[in-house]
Design a protein around this ligand. Structure first.
Ligand code: KIV
Length: 419
């Protein structure tokens, strides 16, 4: 029987390209037929950071080896190629991972297929997308084609995505645990938004949120996502009082929370601020339409740019923000046609929320897309999950198990001390 596998090769020692080539030759000598190979990608080391970057390559191979046999073959090839024992996640002459098998999943004491970090590693997702674009990831039900996107690692990548016609998927996050989960997805960037006032603090609006709150939450998110592009929201009155104050606040988000960029709400009045932040080296994402920090003046969270005149004003402000140096713009709760026109008019990407499908990307509040609050379902939110139901059921089952004495079981308890 012939099976197909995807192998991912990596090397970060000496002549990395030569190690990859040698590994391929050795695999071919061990009854593996290379059906297709990907381009070689340069990737940053994970976990142990002070080492050379890796060269990685994906291979679609055919062979009669079953998974554990193939594992033996890959280990032998690593050895023959000169791999030396070093610390875990340290430098490697050659590393060969088996990440996918045509027969589905496989688990033994030595090997798990699909590899548990497949989705967490953008290069593996990209190799999967290149080699088997139509293949559906069994954990998420999503095709690799969708997940095999280049990660946003620098501010320039926003523009590159728009130019390449790739939509940007942005999501908010406020804590370490959820951020770790985001790190196992292909979402493009993370906003530590002042919406934490609503969803974390239970406030009626975002006005009470402080700069310290954003810093606290952004630090937690950064710990979980060392390589992600994280945007920190400038909260109410942390930038409205003047350019110097805005620089100091934005500077804190960069220095203390290690954000890659800041976001501020508002248009014409803040052009000088956007320019000054850029001059200090701080990338700025703009935010127009429904700007929740103006909720008292708007008289609620209402659709904006409803009249032709208001729409024209919004387009003028959006253009002015781009000219002042914003690298992207959030457009919240505006008619779809206005948002689409804005996206067409601007060079920078427009990321919509409640702004229709014609923008260059979308942002949603994480708890909204997860359906953590079943009662909060404005028109523009889609619940991609119904986690509230799962949370309630899990806590109810736990409580019942405690009350009836079935939790913890002997296996979940520690044994008596030995005499
Ligand atoms: O604070 C936030 O979460 C936001 C997004 C909704 C764009 O500003």
């Amino acid at each position: 029987m012939t099976y197909r596998y995807i192998l991912v090769l990596g090397s970060n020692c000496a002549d990395r390209g030569a190690y990859l080539k040698q590994a391929i030759r050795l695999l071919e000598n061990n009854r593996l037929k290379i059906l297709r190979s990907t381009a070689v990608l340069k990737t940053a080391p994970i976990l142990v950071r002070n080492q050379q970057s890796f060269l990685n390559q994906g291979l679609l191979v055919a062979t009669d080896h079953r998974p554990d046999e193939l594992l033996g073959v890959t280990r032998l090839c690593e050895q023959q190629a000169g791999r030396r024992q070093r610390i875990r996640y340290g430098p490697r002459e050659i590393d060969i991972d088996i990440v996918w098998w045509s027969e589905g999943s496989y688990t033994s004491s030595e090997l798990t297929i699909p590899h548990k970090y497949n989705r967490a590693r953008h290069w593996v997702r990209r190799f999967m997308a290149e080699l088997l674009p139509q293949e559906v990831d069994n954990e998420t039900g999503v095709q690799y084609m969708s997940m095999g996107v280049k990660p946003i690692q620098r501010v320039q990548h926003f523009l590159a995505k728009k130019q390449a016609g790739e939509k940007i998927a942005m999501v908010t996050c406020y804590d370490y645990t959820f951020a770790r989960l985001l790190g196992r997805t292909s979402v493009d960037c993370v906003l530590v938004g002042d919406s934490l006032g609503n969803v974390i603090q239970g406030e009626r609006n975002t006005l009470p949120v402080t700069l310290e709150d954003i810093i606290y939450h952004a630090r937690a998110v950064r710990r979980a996502l060392p390589d992600a592009f994280i945007i920190g929201d400038l909260p109410f009155l942390s930038y409205q009082t003047g350019v110097a104050g805005a620089i100091a606040s934005a500077g804190q988000l960069i220095k203390e929370a290690h954000c890659d960029a800041v976001k501020l709400e508002g248009g014409m009045y803040f052009l000088e601020t956007v320019q000054a932040l850029n001059e200090c080296g701080i990338p700025v994402m703009g935010h127009l339409g429904l700007t929740p920090q103006w909720v008292l003046r708007f008289g609620g969270h209402r659709l904006q740019a409803k009249t032709r005149e208001a729409a024209q004003r919004l387009l003028t402000e959006a253009q002015a923000l781009e000219n002042a140096g914003c690298f992207a713009l959030v457009l919240e709760m505006v008619p779809a046609s206005v948002a689409a026109q804005c996206s067409k008019q601007l060079t920078i990407p427009v990321i919509g929320i409640g702004a229709g499908a014609g923008t260059d990307g979308q942002v949603l509040v994480l708890s909204d897309l997860l359906g953590l609050d079943p009662d909060f379902k404005p028109r523009f939110v889609r619940h991609f999950a119904r986690l509230s139901e799962q949370v309630i059921a899990a806590v109810e089952q736990y409580s019942a198990a405690v009350r009836e004495g079935s939790f913890p079981s002997p296996e979940e308890s520690f044994q008596n001390p030995v005499e």
